[in-house]
Design a protein around this ligand. Structure first.
Ligand code: ARG
Length: 567
């Protein structure tokens, strides 16, 4: 559609010379004025002529009529005046060109070079080692990775960073718990589960035994001082945890470019603390060092605790400086729950006050909370649902449904995994990210309604048509409204990506996938494809089917969904 908009804007601009006015408008100006009519029956693109009234010193109605008179633009079949609007309808040529383009560009269809030469660093997933990797992390993981894929598709060079929470007082707790109650064999056997139960136990017992907290602080201090035994335990805990995370990332097809976690920045913080001090930005508050942000209506940003140890914001500041120096990013994106919004607003402000001129390249992308069947989760008490278990549950349900649908076939486990995990991702990315989400498994995995399985099923349907017959040549004879609507929907992919990137909203892609599915399914039910009335029509429909399949594939991959050819 973007291409057509340009051509249309150009044709409109030519017509503006009919008015005796120095309007000074460019193609871009006119292009920006074009809208999609709310009611598709009115047309495919509209020019609200009142936007031109001032520049042309004429009434909208008159402008519309003058432009419409003998209007000619390749791809536009009709120009209709309605009130002060000029409504355009696309024609066969346009649809034909869309199909050609999709088939010719294949998996690059929708890609662009918008971000060429620009670097984007994305910080996402970033679980805290020794704490459970639970469904609260689903958002950062899938939103983060989708944003990465979308940026890459738009030509940006991306660096995906898993900023592991591999440092902090929780290690003091874990080391204490291990020394008191742990066993090497149990951890080797049960991996992260054993670590989590040790962590949960110490938190519970510490509620009525303060000495455990004291001991945990002491163990952490020893760790900071490079105590050999504690360092070895710490490394081991990370290794065990990473092995577990990798399994989940594999199911999601996610890889990272860097795993530099919080601990990496230990020796990079002092320089930033010194800079804050030199700039007189540090204030003492009850023994702690803070940056006063009252002028910006925010509570102070904590830099050093009373005992001189560093904090979460201190590490984030040091990490941002390191990333700027290492990757020379044009944008650094952080995906976390909305609960951390203040933290980001605070340290972004501190970075600005420190005089780093790239402070406005830092972007926080927050998202809402998750519950399952209405139940909220709490990490400390162990009342959590692990990402791993959520996936397993979805895969099991998907397997049941597939077995029921195809009782005579051997279950393809890879497909069941793609459907189960895909259903979760799709449901998660179905609404604006800031909205809280509730998972009701029945709905998430339904093959009807706006779900992941429905999208994958539609894709598989297109594949099965194309298995029966392949398109040849480059016929283009669209004979029904359903075909036109589908072609128009396919033409909008690139614009949707741009919008999704502008708003950091992968759900706009999810919504677009649903539009492609519904227009494809309407076409599929209304038109005979393989059995069409003649060769030209049949071939056009096969090509349209192949184009829809391609767009679905490209779009689903952007939101980390797999596309099995058969379900
Ligand atoms: N590890 C943190 C958590 O699980 C998220 C880290 C987000 N990234 C950052 N640069 N602060 O809550």
């Amino acid at each position: 559609m973007i291409e057509l908009k340009k051509r249309l804007a150009d044709a409109i601009l030519q017509k503006l010379s009919l008015f005796n006015a120095e309007h000074g408008l460019s193609i871009e100006n006119v292009q920006d004025m074009l809208e999609y009519p709310k009611d598709a029956a009115m047309g495919d693109l509209a020019l609200p002529c009142f936007k031109l009234s001032k520049a042309l010193r004429a009434s909208p109605q008159m402008i519309a009529e003058k432009i419409a008179d003998q209007f000619n633009c390749d791809g536009i079949g009709n120009a209709n005046v309605l009130g002060g609007y000029l409504n355009f309808t696309v024609d066969q040529h346009f649809a034909g060109r869309v199909i050609d383009r999709v088939l010719c560009e294949g998996e690059r269809y929708g890609a662009s070079e918008t971000g060429k030469g620009k670097v984007v660093v994305l910080d996402y997933s970033s679980p805290n080692v020794a704490k459970p990797f639970h469904i609260g992390h689903l958002g950062t993981t899938v939103i983060g990775h989708s944003l990465k894929k979308m940026h890459e598709f738009a030509g940006y060079q991306c660096v995906g960073i898993n900023y592991l929470g591999d440092w902090g007082t929780q290690f003091g707790k874990l080391i204490t718990a291990y020394k008191l109650w742990g066993s090497k064999e149990a951890i080797e056997e049960n991996g992260i589960d054993e670590l989590v139960s040790l962590y949960v136990r110490i938190n519970q017992e510490a509620e009525h035994d303060e000495s455990l907290n004291e001991r945990a602080r002491a163990e952490f201090k020893k760790l900071e001082q490079q105590d050999e035994e504690n360092i070895a335990l710490w490394k081991w805990f990370i290794e065990i945890s990473l092995a577990e995370y990798e399994k989940t990332y594999k199911q999601l097809d996610i890889t990272f470019d860097s795993y530099k976690g919080e601990s990496f920045y230990t020796d990079k913080m002092p320089a930033q603390v010194q800079k804050l001090r030199d700039m007189s930005l540090l204030k003492q508050d009850d023994g702690a060092s803070i940056v006063d942000l009252s002028a910006y209506n925010m509570p102070p940003c904590l830099i050093l605790k009373r005992d001189g140890t560093t904090l979460y914001p201190t590490r984030d500041i040091a990490a941002a400086v390191y990333r700027k120096e290492t990757y020379h990013f044009d944008k650094a994106i952080y995906v976390t729950s909305a609960g951390q919004s203040l933290h980001f607003a605070q340290w972004f402000k501190v970075v600005e006050l420190m005089g780093y001129d790239w402070y406005n390249e830092l972007v926080h992308v927050p998202y809402g909370t998750v519950s399952i069947n209405g139940a909220k989760l709490a990490t400390r008490t162990g009342n959590v649902i692990l990402l791993r278990d959520l996936f397993a549950q979805a895969i099991a349900k998907a397997s049941d449904i597939m077995k029921e649908k195809n009782p005579d076939e051997v279950l393809d486990e890879k497909t069941a995994e793609a459907v189960g995990v895909g259903a979760i991702i799709f449901h998660y990315l179905s609404n604006t990210r800031i909205k809280d989400i509730n998972f009701i498994m029945e709905d998430v995995l339904s093959f009807e309604g706006n779900t992941g399985p429905y999208a994958q099923y539609t894709y598989a349907r297109a594949c099965s048509v194309l298995k029966k017959a392949s398109p040849t040549g480059n016929d283009c004879e669209l004979s029904t409204a359903e075909e036109m609507v589908l072609a128009k929907t396919l033409s909008q992919f690139e614009e949707r990506i741009t919008q999704a990137l502008d708003e950091y909203e992968p759900y706009l892609i999810t919504r677009y996938i649903l539009e492609v599915c519904s227009t494809f399914n309407r076409f599929y039910h209304a038109c005979k494809i393989v059995g069409a009335e003649n060769e030209k029509v049949r071939n056009t429909r096969l090509r349209l089917t192949a184009a829809a399949k391609q767009v679905l594939e490209n779009a689903m991959h952007l939101i980390c969904m797999k596309t099995p050819e058969k379900i």
